[in-house]
Design a protein around this ligand. Structure first.
Ligand code: GDP
Ligand code: IMO
Ligand code: MG
Length: 423
């Protein structure tokens, strides 16, 4: 059976968690393939809001197995907190959660290194979530990392010590004056390792291979968004993993020819949290309205998200890089009440009009060219069928489908599981 893939097409927080939760009933396995606790995936149902960071978003369903892939980086401390949060919901999460032995561990010193690196960058900081993501992936590619499977070896604490000692010297090198109590952090870390070790570790690539052979249905869940991809994003203001479709192959060990549908999630407008260029960013009342109505605050850090109009130049790029076969438009409800909607369809780039995403999208190189469309005033949040959509919303959807040459198969009109309209 083929593997379907779901990923964010913008700068993250598109609503991936919500849609994975909605789709889980059709799958046997939900598999996270990259990122770590920098992600914050929100799910809402029965009046309760859940935020997951490392645990895949299918965990609230009875049957599906939730797999944390080799491409993910795990902070045992945050992972333990996530599990503790689940405990009150009477879920048998232990039987539904499996972890790749090849996933890398975030150590307390990785977090400190992240903070030291950011402090040393001053104004040029990435705006990282300070979860240690960059340093952990650096140790992975530098071939120094500690993996989940190492916890089953007798000498893992020795390896831990060697790496932590090296990190301490690196932290000193930054001279960033970060205060920390390593002993306290390590106590918490080793305690959390015990919890992690109570879960099932697997050779996940083999597990997924067998699952495919048995005809199981697998959904790969991405974190972050395509514009934060280490290769294709707005480098250096990106995360440290491949958030695009190829990342699912390396992050799970699934062969490229086994991937069937690629679900691309996007917001009906654009948001970004952290630093970096954002051509359609708004600094006016419209941007303020999007942030307020859309409740645009980071699910992981609580930071206010920057808001702006939909950027079709960037979205088209993401559709192409990922080979998106179906689009899902989120938060259309937030645009209700705007008289006019703007969609960026081209850039003025160094004096020329272009329609592809160029190397430099900083404000000095790029000004967005907008197409204006009539907005709608109807409240979408109570709608449950596409026949109820106002004409202007249908026009907006039709326009995007034509520009992106890809069907929009789901329109989300609110944060709850039920506020999801299939087309
Ligand atoms: P993710 O990281 O892609 O899973 O997205 P986040 O959970 O970080 O951010 C999406 C936010 O929008 C969450 O607070 C969701 O509850 C909320 N949300 C998702 N879909 C909709 C929608 O259609 N309308 C509204 N108003 N909120 C939504
Ligand atoms: P989800 O999965 C939005 C951003 C950070 C920062 C940059 C690098 O919820 O969509 P990192 O901590 O990864 O080194 O930070 O990437 N970022 C996200 N922005 N949603 C996310 O995840 C993000 N994960 C990282 O804000 O700009
Ligand atoms: Mg998020």
């Amino acid at each position: 059976m083929a593997v379907n893939l779901l990923l964010g097409l913008q700068w993250g927080d598109e609503g991936k968690g919500k849609i994975v939760d909605v789709l889980t009933k059709n799958y046997d396995i939900i598999a996270r393939f990259q990122g770590g606790p920098n992600a914050g995936h929100t799910l809402e149902f029965d009046g309760i809001k859940h935020v997951l960071h490392t645990i895949p978003s299918g965990i609230f369903h009875d049957k599906a197995i939730n797999l944390v892939g080799n491409g993910v980086v795990i902070d045992p401390v945050i992972f333990k907190k996530e599990l503790d949060n689940l405990a009150k919901f009477n879920l048998d999460y232990k039987s539904k959660l499996v972890i790749s032995r090849k996933a890398h561990l975030i150590l307390p010193t990785h977090r400190i290194l992240d903070a030291a690196s950011e402090a040393s960058k001053g104004k040029a900081k990435i705006g990282s979530t300070l979860k240690g993501i960059g340093p952990t992936y650096m140790d992975k590619t530098g071939r120094n990392g500690i993996r989940v499977g190492d916890l089953e070896l007798s000498d893992w604490k020795e390896r831990y010590r060697n790496l932590a000692n090296k990190h301490e010297a690196m932290i000193d090198f930054y001279d960033a004056k970060i205060e920390y109590d390593l002993e306290e952090l390590e106590n918490e870390f080793f305690e959390a390792i015990k919890t992690l070790k109570s879960l099932t570790f697997i050779d996940s690539e083999e597990y997924l291979y067998q699952a495919q052979k048995e005809g199981k249905k697998i959904l790969a869940e991405g974190a972050q968004g395509s514009l934060l991809d280490i290769d294709f994003g707005t480098y250096p203001f990106v995360t440290s993993s491949n958030t695009t479709a190829a990342g699912a192959c390396t992050g799970l060990g699934v062969a490229p020819n086994k991937i069937k549908e690629v679900f691309g999630i996007f917001k009906a407008y654009t948001t970004r949290v952290g630093s970096g260029p954002f051509p359609t960013e708004l600094f006016d009342e419209d941007g303020e309205t999007m942030g307020r109505v859309g409740n645009e605050f980071g699910a992981t850090t609580g930071r206010a998200r920057r808001c702006g109009w939909l950027d079709l130049v960037a979205l088209k790029y993401a559709v192409h890089v990922n080979g998106v076969t179906q689009l899902m438009m989120m938060k259309g409800d937030v645009l209700s009440g705007f008289k006019t909607l703007k969609v960026c369809t081209a850039y003025n780039y160094q004096g020329k009009t272009i329609t592809h995403l160029p190397y430099n999208i900083e404000p000095e190189n790029v000004t967005p060219v907008y197409t204006e469309m009539k907005g709608w005033s109807e409240d979408l949040t109570k709608m449950n069928d596409k026949s109820q959509f106002p004409k202007e919303l249908n026009d907006y959807i039709d326009f995007l489908e034509k520009e992106l040459e890809t069907p929009i198969t789901i329109v989300s009109v609110g944060p709850d599981r039920t506020q999801t309209i299939h087309r």
